[in-house]
Design a protein around this ligand. Structure first.
Ligand code: FES
Length: 274
C-alpha cells in the first residue's frame, strides 16, 4: 500500500488529475481489465472506488488516476511517494468480458479516459479492431492520448471548445462512425450524460453497448445497497454485479439522481481544510 510514484498529469483551469503508483503485489497479481479497488487515504477518510488503470504483475504495482475533485480525492492527492494508504481492497467487481468481438468503438470522456485504457489494451490483445473516441472540455484537459493511440487502430479526439481534434461531443463522432460502418461492440466510460447519449446512439443500431458505472459506493461488497442501479428493470449492485452493464438497460435518470444524493454534504466537506 506504499506509494512509489506520484505524477500530476494535469493541473489546469482548476482541474487537477493525479496518478499514483502503489505497491500492492497481491492486488496486482489478480487484477484484470475493468476491475477497481476501494481505498481510504487516511484513517478518518471515506472509502472511495477507483478503477485500476495499470498493473504490473512482476513489480507488484498498480496505478490509479483520479481527479482531485472533493475532500477525499484531494487528501489522496496530498499523499507523496513513501506514504502509505490507510486501506486498499481489491481487485473488486467483475472484469470486463474480454474476447474477440470484431470491430469495437471505445468512448472515453474526462477522467473516464483512464478507465478505458486497460480495457483497450486487453481488447486489442484479444485481436479486436479498436476505434477510440476521446473527449474533453479542451486540449489541456485531455489525458492519455499517446497511450490510447498505441492501443487503438484509429483514434478521434473531440473537444467541447474545438481547441484540439474536432469540436463537439464524443457522441457526435460515435453517431458519425455508426452511420458509416458496422461495429460489434461499444464500450463507454465517462460522465453519466455521455454514457447515456452513447447508449442511446447505439441502440438505434442494436449494437451491444457496455458502460462502466460510477455509482456511489460504501462497502463495495454488496452489503450496503448504496451502489444500487436498475438495469432492464432489475435491481443490481454496481460493486458486485458490475461495474460493467448493458447501457441499453440502465435507468440513467435514477442513476443520475442517486449520484447527486449527497451533493450538499459533498460541497460542505469540500470546503474543509485538509
Ligand atoms: Fe454497498 Fe455496492 S457499495 S452494495
Amino acid at each position: 500500500m506504499k506509494i512509489l510514484n506520484k505524477q500530476i498529469i494535469n493541473d489546469v483551469a482548476g482541474v487537477k488529475i493525479t496518478q499514483l503508483d502503489i505497491l500492492s503485489p497481491d492486488i496486482a497479481a489478480k487484477a484484470q481489465a475493468g476491475q477497481f479497488v476501494m481505498l481510504m487515504a487516511s484513517e478518518k477518510g471515506e472509502r472511495i472506488p477507483l478503477t485500476l488503470v495499470n498493473t504490473d504483475k512482476i513489480k507488484g504495482t498498480l496505478s490509479l488516476i483520479f481527479q482531485e475533485a472533493g475532500f477525499t480525492t484531494r487528501s489522496l492527492g496530498g499523499l507523496n511517494p513513501g506514504d502509505s494508504l490507510y486501506s486498499l481492497v481489491g481487485p473488486l467487481g467483475h472484469p470486463t468480458q474480454i474476447k474477440k468481438y470484431g470491430k469495437i468503438i471505445l468512448v472515453g470522456g474526462g477522467v473516464g479516459i483512464a478507465e478505458i485504457l486497460p480495457v483497450a489494451r486487453a481488447l486489442k490483445q484479444a485481436g479486436n479492431q479498436i476505434t477510440t473516441i476521446l473527449g474533453s472540455r479542451n486540449k489541456d484537459l485531455l489525458i492519455l492520448e499517446a497511450e490510447l493511440k498505441s492501443a487503438s487502430d484509429q483514434i478521434y479526439i473531440m473537444t467541447d471548445d474545438g481547441s484540439y481534434g474536432r469540436k463537439g461531443f464524443t457522441t457526435d463522432m460515435l453517431k458519425e462512425l455508426l452511420s458509416k460502418g458496422k461495429y460489434d461492440l461499444i464500450y463507454s466510460v465517462g460522465p453519466i450524460p455521455m454514457m447515456k447519449r452513447a447508449a442511446l446512439a447505439s441502440s438505434e443500431y442494436k449494437i451491444k453497448t457496455l458502460v462502466s458505472l460510477n455509482a456511489l459506493m460504501v462497502d463495495a461488497t454488496g452489503m450496503c445497497g448504496c451502489c444500487r442501479v436498475t438495469v432492464f428493470g432489475q435491481v443490481k449492485f454496481s460493486c458486485v454485479d458490475g461495474p460493467d452493464f448493458d447501457g441499453h438497460g440502465v435507468d440513467w435518470e435514477e442513476l443520475q439522481k442517486r449520484n447527486k444524493v449527497y451533493s450538499i454534504q459533498e460541497k460542505h466537506i469540500c470546503n474543509l481544510k485538509i
